[in-house]
Design a protein around this ligand. Structure first.
Ligand code: KIV
Ligand code: ZN
Length: 515
């Protein structure tokens, strides 16, 4: 029988450590549910001791998710392990994931300890965690640069202490694929009790080798892969789940292993993560980039039309890329619209579906044809879960070659408590362009010192009347907030995105700080 690769997804923990990728609890729940639909075996939901918000989101995910295991990260200390267990214990399948550095560099410079102290701490932590939870994973942080014999000693000791999974992270993305594979072989040959545990790997992408290193480890016997959607994560990111899953699917005879990833859910998961984190997917990204299945050269197009396999090693349908088909128009009814939502794989409550239908009608009036991509973008915008303190009531902007761009906005501000009243504000401003002028008018109303740090505008579907999608990031009080907006009018799309980032900042500073 073929060996099975266990997919351990850390989008919600390491992935969320990407600069500016933070998500609120509701957003994390949406991602966790989608990861479960994707068939991920283990969801690392967060690092419970790191903040009350992280603790709460791990706990909510642990309560909600039924099939995937839920892991929480913990340092090798009783305080961390207690918090981690408190957060994951209500999961159907809880896991405590303990990490401790094993490289001399980290041991001496970061932890100010000695190798024997590390060995002792690792064993004590695993034994302590084991008193709560059966499923314990131990990660030897910076294993890629650790002395191999010491690493083997630690691995053997933590397995004896009860760890069922031993993770070998290339924390700083330093190793080369063949070299990393050899480390796995060395561990297998030099840890006497290694067959009592699953060997896992966790590779970072600093040299662009995270996926190559993970695949090399699979060839040599690693059976758990830690990865993230779209490869997001610390610095250059982690190994990308979709690339590893598809490599195994496209080359079954080479790897000779199986996995439970439902590859048709990949594209949707990628979009959801990118939309909620505001981290855009590069266009030429393997598997999920906008150009991953686009054939530009005439020779290639001709080849694909004659026989797809000439230039395609997998089909867009394999990863769930929807055929951008012409589906609905202004005469389409409720039934057709709801069916299309279902066909696209979204599960949406009745009220949201009704609201979306109203929005669809407005869109269909502006735009002759509504594509699947348009519908997906509307759903993602609608199901984003930030409470709206500020909402746009009216906006108009004018610009031209001989006028100074000017904008007027009217914004409603919700009261902070039930007794208060909604306030209405109106302001006008000039700027370098219509978007700039509008943002300046909004800033006059919110009086928040918020600074735009990135702004990306793209068309969601095709045609001059395509929906424009704006993804932006803004900095407020040292933290980055993302926003996304769609509309056939790009100024309106920009305003929606800006308001979403502002509302996230207000949510974080008002709600999260209060709890
Ligand atoms: O990169 C790393 O070493 C980690 C560990 C916590 C597994 O993220
Ligand atoms: Zn990591």
């Amino acid at each position: 029988m073929k060996d099975r690769i266990i997919f351990f997804d850390t989008t919600l923990r390491d992935g969320e450590q990407s600069p500016g990728a933070s998500m609120n609890i509701k957003e994390k729940l949406l991602v966790a549910e989608q990861l479960e639909s994707l068939g991920v075996d283990i969801i690392e939901a967060g690092f419970p001791i790191s903040s009350p918000g992280d603790f709460e989101s791990v706990k909510s995910i642990a309560k909600k998710i039924k099939h995937s295991s839920i892991a929480g990260l913990s340092r090798a200390s009783e305080k961390d392990i207690n918090a981690c267990w408190d957060a994951v214990k209500c999961a159907n399948k809880p896991r405590i994931h303990i990490f401790l550095a094993t490289s001399d560099l980290h041991i001496e410079k970061k932890l100010n300890k000695t190798r024997p102290q590390i060995l002792d701490m690792a064993v004590k932590a695993v034994k302590y965690a084991k008193s709560f939870c059966k499923d314990i994973e131990f990660s030897a942080e910076d294993a890629g640069r650790s002395d191999l014999d010491f690493l083997c000693k630690v691995v053997e000791a933590v397995i004896d202490a009860g760890a069922l999974t031993v993770n070998i992270p290339d924390t700083v993305g330093y190793t080369m694929p063949a070299e990393f594979g050899e480390k796995i072989v060395y561990i297998k040959e030099n840890v006497p009790n290694i067959n009592k545990a699953v060997i896992s790997v966790h590779c970072h992408n600093d040299l662009g080798l995270a996926v190559a290193n993970s695949l090399s480890a699979i060839e040599k016997g690693a059976r758990q892969i830690e990865c993230t959607i779209n490869g997001i994560g610390e610095r250059a990111g982690n190994a990308s789940l979709e690339e590893i899953a598809m490599a195994i699917k496209v080359r079954p005879h080479y790897y000779n292993v199986t996995h439970s990833i439902k590859t048709k859910e990949i594209y949707k998961t990628s979009r959801l993560v990118s939309s909620l984190t505001g981290v855009a997917v590069q266009v030429n990204k393997a598997i999920v980039g906008a150009n991953a299945f686009a054939h530009e050269s005439g020779i290639h197009q001709d080849g694909v039309l004659k026989a797809r396999e000439t230039y395609e090693i997998m089909s867009p349908e394999d990863v769930g890329v929807p055929e951008s088909s012409l589906v609905l128009g202004k005469h389409s009814g409720r039934h057709a619209f709801f069916n299309r939502i279902k066909a696209l794989g979204y599960k949406i409550d009745e009220k949201t579906a009704q609201d979306l239908f109203e929005e669809f009608k407005v869109l269909a009036d502006k735009k002759k044809t509504v594509f699947d991509d348009d519908i997906a973008a509307m759903i993602e915008e609608k199901t984003g879960s930030t409470k709206e303190y500020f909402s746009l009531n009216y906006q108009s902007a004018s610009s031209g070659t001989a006028t100074i761009p000017t904008a007027t906005v009217r914004i409603l501000k919700k009261p902070e408590n039930a007794k208060g009243k909604t306030e209405i504000f109106q302001e006008a401003a000039c700027g370098a362009g219509p978007v700039d002028a509008t943002f300046r008018a909004i800033d006059k109303i919110t009086k928040m010192d918020i600074k735009l740090t990135s702004f990306i505008l793209k068309a969601v579907s095709s045609g001059v009347d395509a929906l424009g999608e704006v993804t932006l990031k803004a900095e407020y009080k040292g933290a980055i907030y993302s926003g996304k907006g769609i509309s056939t009018d790009i100024v309106e799309a920009s305003v929606k995105a800006y308001m979403q980032a502002i509302n996230k900042a207000v949510n974080y500073n008002v709600i999260d700080k209060r709890s």
